[in-house]
Design a protein around this ligand. Structure first.
Ligand SMILES: Cc1cc2nc3c(=O)[nH]c(=O)nc-3n(C[C@H](O)[C@H](O)[C@H](O)COP(=O)(O)OP(=O)(O)OC[C@H]3O[C@@H](n4cnc5c(N)ncnc54)[C@H](O)[C@@H]3O)c2cc1C
Length: 503
């Protein structure tokens, strides 16, 4: 860990403190260090990555969170901007199919980069939907062009920024939900699920999230779904290495207690160990709600008061089981989505009623389908994830975790991974309680604020704090939102804003 003086920097370089080393924090730190700032990155945990933390146990490597890497050019940009060749740091490979989707009735659907193959499959699955599917993709492309290409890396700091895009939003029918969007083009109930589950990847309920998020499906097609050999942890390691090579400073196991505010301006931070560090600007990659609630005194918060933060809607949480098996399951694809019988009802339980249901839908990750290095020879590496209510539910995970884990593992054993229960050699759990405590996230959400229309773009907490000058936000809770491409975009926005203000 680098040592740091508490005085203002002696060099003419302006000092920036970044709190948190998720994808958003690391990308911001690299971008600002590349632009000549003296960047100091403080991380509460003992390793970089945040939700992309790498758990290593018994010879297995488990990526804690993100596994589906889309828009790889956004990662490459970080290296290229610093004058480096990304291929010297990362080995990104395409994954096929993107997803295999299993339905409760025993049928399945797969799609990937090969558009003709997807159309053939739709032709077999629900031939009457083929034409609607094609029209849906044309519409999704237009949304992608506006929502991702044109708007995702622009700040929405003024209401007029929102008004300017309003006609496009109406034209693209963003008043519809993603499920309504998919349903207006395809009739088959299972295909409606296949083309509407994507908001779940960024913390949204397909029945509540604006159809702007239909762009995620198009984003996958545009650049493919990728995997970094060595896992997502290898990307985090590469970003950490790049930042250090550029002269950046990393402080692990160093939680920040407070953002110091004087005359309405952030002037530095104080760590939990009472070290004071002055800075010209502070960037928080920590959960936005907790940054305001825990790190900034209430007297400095006119807009983001506790009452306002309490009124906002939060994304669901996740229950994740990481496990290694002594048996291998070569028939299981890299990314499998296992949809239960209920769709709308289950999502309503999770997002609105905040109930832990007896049934579930799952995402099963098997990195060993692409990369044998993630498990010891002859073994298989997995994680299985179930969306669950956030901590507003009052669910006592110290009691519920084991029964819920048992139900999921039994289900997998019976339907997809025969013999699983007798072949587990290592395992760990991540519950909403861990999101709340270890990841310091308000209400233990997986993805911060729910991405509904009235919490998107200008309505989402801005990348430049509305309460405290010289304070910036990057990561899932600010514009444009959760997911690796979203948080990498927020880093680009923060870089531009800080350069405009400080250079
Ligand atoms: C299980 C799971 C699977 C996912 N899968 C995908 C996927 O396949 N593809 C995809 O694109 N997205 C996926 N996502 C979403 C994506 O991972 C996140 O949106 C993104 O990684 C969040 O990055 P972030 O920049 O917001 O920072 P985070 O990862 O939230 O990191 C914030 C960091 O801040 C640190 N911190 C907090 N408080 C303090 C403090 N006081 N002092 C110092 N440090 C502090 C935390 O320790 C943490 O390291 C997934 C998320 C989860 C949870």
């Amino acid at each position: 860990m680098t040592e740091l003086s508490t005085t203002k920097p002696a060099s003419p370089k302006k000092r920036i403190v970044v709190i948190g080393s998720g994808f958003g924090g690391l990308a911001t730190a690299i971008r600002l260090q590349t632009r000549g700032f003296d960047v100091h990155l403080f991380e509460a945990r003992d390793k970089l990555g945040g939700r992309a933390y790498l758990y290593e146990q018994d010879g297995f490597r488990f990526d804690g969170g993100p596994t589906v890497i889309t828009a790889p050019f956004m990662l490459n940009e970080l290296f290229e901007g610093a004058g480096k060749n990304p291929e010297d740091y990362l080995n990104l490979v395409p994954v096929e199919p993107f997803y295999r989707i299993e339905f409760h009735d025993g049928r399945h659907f797969e799609y990937g980069q090969d558009e003709a193959a997807t159309e053939r499959l739709i032709g077999q699955f629900a031939p009457a939907d083929l034409d609607g599917y094609r029209r849906m993709i044309t519409h999704a492309k237009a949304i992608f062009q506006k929502g991702f290409v044109e708007l995702s890396d622009r700040p929405f700091l003024k209401f007029s920024d929102m008004l300017r895009v309003a006609p496009d939003l109406v034209r693209l029918q963003s008043y519809k939900t993603v499920y309504q969007f998919a349903s207006s083009y395809v009739k088959d109930p299972m295909l409606r699920r296949v083309f509407s589950f994507h908001p779940l990847l960024v913390g949204g309920n397909p029945f509540q999230t604006t159809s702007i998020y239909a762009l995620i499906h198009y984003l996958e097609r545009q650049w493919g779904v990728h995997y970094a050999m060595g896992g997502t942890g290898a990307i985090i390691q590469a970003l950490g290495k790049l930042f250090c090579e550029l002269g950046g400073h990393i402080y692990l196991s160093t939680p920040v207690k407070r953002i110091v505010v004087e005359n309405g301006k952030a002037i530095g931070i104080e760590t939990v160990a009472d070290r004071a560090v002055q800075a010209h600007a502070v960037v928080s990659n920590a959960d936005v709600a907790n940054t305001y609630l825990k790190m900034i005194d209430a007297r400095h918060r006119r807009k983001y008061t506790a009452a306002k933060l309490n009124r906002m809607r939060y994304s669901m949480s996740l229950f994740v089981i990481y496990f290694g098996t002594r048996k291998t399951y070569p028939g299981i694809k890299h990314h499998t989505i296992i949809l239960g019988k209920r769709y709308k009802g289950l999502l309503d339980d999770i997002f609105n009623k905040k109930l832990l249901s007896d049934d579930f839908s799952l995402y099963l990750h098997r990195p060993t389908a692409t990369d044998l290095s993630m498990a010891p020879p002859g073994n298989d590496c997995f994680y299985v994830l179930a969306p669950v209510p956030n901590q507003k539910s009052g669910i006592d995970w110290t009691k519920e975790a084991n029964p819920f884990r048992n139900a999921i593992m039994r289900y997998l054993d019976e339907r997809y991974l025969p013999g699983l229960l007798d072949n587990i050699v290592t395992e760990r759990l991540l519950t909403p309680l861990d999101f709340e405590t270890t990841l310091n996230t308000n209400l233990g959400t997986g993805f911060s604020f729910e991405p509904i229309f009235r919490q998107s773009a200008w309505f989402r907490p801005h990348n430049e704090s509305e309460d405290v000058q010289n304070l910036y936000f990057v990561g899932a809770g600010t514009h444009p939102g959760a997911g690796v491409p979203g948080v990498l975009s927020s880093a680009k926005i923060a870089e531009n804003l800080i350069c405009q203000r400080l250079q």
